[in-house]
Write a protein that binds this ligand. Structure first.
Ligand code: C2E
Ligand code: MG
Ligand code: MG
Length: 435
């Protein structure tokens, strides 16, 4: 009986017993016209901890998490482990709409102290979604789905957060599911396409490189922009095969242009932190270079500051390895993420890309101009090249020239273009520059 109803690891009720309890609680609530809170919890980055610290550490974490969640609840509530790192909390007899929020806040608070895992202090957070009977639904299955949708919303808010269900969320979670299933087939069906945006020498306006930007052409959804699907690709791990495809295509394209124009054009490729966690990452990069014959010095990997924050990845080792073979490395969206600058000197970066949010107001806001100026000077004194992103107006190029910003990229020069259009741009731009 115990085995059928309880989770062996944590001793908590399992999914089956949890659903029974939920149905009982709903029946009771119908009789006395009370409310029931249904809470869906998912630990943030659990898979990551499991992968890096091992399964024993993962188990210890689940047991301790179960204990912490239980400590926040009254006797009439149920905590269950649904599987993996997912927990369900049933809160019967809620009085007032804030009662479940208060419980959620208590739970988030008990996750604040570090967990001791394999002799290390590890900070773990959880995301919580809440649905309420009868406000959100009177059906146990639907309540669970709604709480799950709210949980995704909480994750989106930036983790260690809770969210209550709202009707718009069920559309979002439906769209998510749909997108995920489309995405699984997209590579096979050839729905991905690379666009290329020129990166020019600020002083001369001549082309030096292109950034490969991913587009997803789906018959049902139309053209999907990366901001809409990359987060989901990261969450589902699909970014690994997609990222491999991107770097392979990008290297091939750059080699093609070289053969066509007789001169070397670098190619910049965006990589997600998630790709660094894949043990096959560096091999995939090397394979793309070998297969395309592109010189490693012509490949530049763009990395966001998020990666440096993620100190559980052997970031430094991987970056050094890539640096050793000659691949260039740049910090993308500089200035929007982490503000500890020490990483700039300890990691082998070559380039710093100033985020477009600073470049955009460089002529309107004094502070932005000062920031851009300071970033350029700092980068140069560290021996880094600088790219200004999001250059849209001619006046900005004057400012950037005066400040000796090495390279520029933005709509002023060209929007990201499909490969054929890019080749056309390349030819006309070359001619213009020869004149
Ligand atoms: P990013 O790497 O910072 O790329 C620059 C983004 O700024 C691109 O958006 C580009 O279209 C846009 N942009 C360029 N010039 C201007 C301008 O003058 N004004 C304005 N307002 N925007 C400009 P896009 O193509 O939508 O890509 C968004 C983000 O998605 C990229 O930001 C990058 O972080 C990510 N991404 C794109 N392709 C890939 C990929 O293959 N792999 C991964 N992991 N991420 C990718
Ligand atoms: Mg980029
Ligand atoms: Mg950027």
């Amino acid at each position: 009986l115990r085995q059928a109803n309880y989770d062996i690891l944590t001793g908590l009720p399992n999914r089956m017993l949890a659903l029974d309890r939920l149905k009982l609680a709903l029946a009771q609530a119908r009789r006395d016209e009370s409310k029931v809170g249904v809470m869906f919890l998912d630990l943030d980055n659990f898979k990551h901890i499991n992968d890096t610290l091992g399964h024993d550490a993962g188990d210890t974490l689940l047991i301790e998490a179960a204990r912490r969640i239980s400590s926040c609840l009254r006797g009439t509530s149920t905590v269950a482990r649904l599987g993996g790192d997912e927990f369900l909390v049933v809160l019967p007899g809620l009085n007032g709409p804030d009662a479940s929020s208060q419980v959620a806040e208590r739970i988030l608070k008990t996750f604040a102290p570090p967990f001791m895992l394999s002799g290390q202090e590890v900070f773990v957070t959880t995301s919580i979604g809440i649905a309420t009977f009868p406000d959100d639904s009177d059906n146990s299955g639907t309540l669970l789905q709604h709480a799950d949708a709210a949980m995704y919303e909480a994750k989106h808010k930036g983790k260690s957060a809770y969210a209550r269900f709202t009707p718009e969320m069920s559309e979002v979670s439906h769209e998510r599911l749909q997108m995920e299933s489309h995405m699984r087939k997209a590579l096979e069906l050839g729905e991905f396409e690379l666009y290329f945006q020129p990166i020019v020498d600020t002083a001369s306006g001549g082309l030096v490189a292109a950034e490969a930007l991913l587009r997803w052409n789906n018959p049902a959804m139309g053209m999907v922009m990366p901001d809409r699907f990359i987060p989901l690709a990261e969450e589902t791990g699909l970014i690994i095969p997609i990222g491999e495809w991107v770097v392979k295509e990008a290297c091939q394209a750059a080699y093609c242009w070289q053969a066509m124009t007789g001169r070397e054009i670098s190619i910049a490729v965006n990589v997600s932190p998630r790709q660094f966690r894949d043990p096959g990452f560096t091999d995939a990069i090397m394979r793309a270079l070998n297969d395309s014959n592109l010189r490693p010095e012509l490949l530049e990997l763009e990395i966001t500051e998020r990666l440096i924050l993620d100190n559980s990845i052997e970031t430094a080792d991987i970056l050094k390895q890539l640096d050793k073979v000659g691949i260039r490395l740049s910090v993308d969206d500089f200035g929007t993420g982490y503000s500890a600058l020490s990483y700039l000197k300890s990691y082998p970066f070559d380039t710093l890309k100033i985020d477009k949010s600073f470049v955009q107001d460089v002529l309107k806001e004094n502070e932005d101009a000062s920031l851009v100026r300071a970033i350029i000077n700092m980068a140069h004194s560290l021996g880094l090249k600088v790219v200004a992103e999001g250059v849209e107006e001619e006046d900005q190029t004057h400012f950037l020239k005066a400040e000796h910003c090495d390279y520029s990229q933005g709509y002023f020069y060209s929007r990201p273009l499909p490969e054929q259009d890019f080749i056309h741009w390349l030819e006309t731009n070359e001619r213009a520059n020869l004149k």
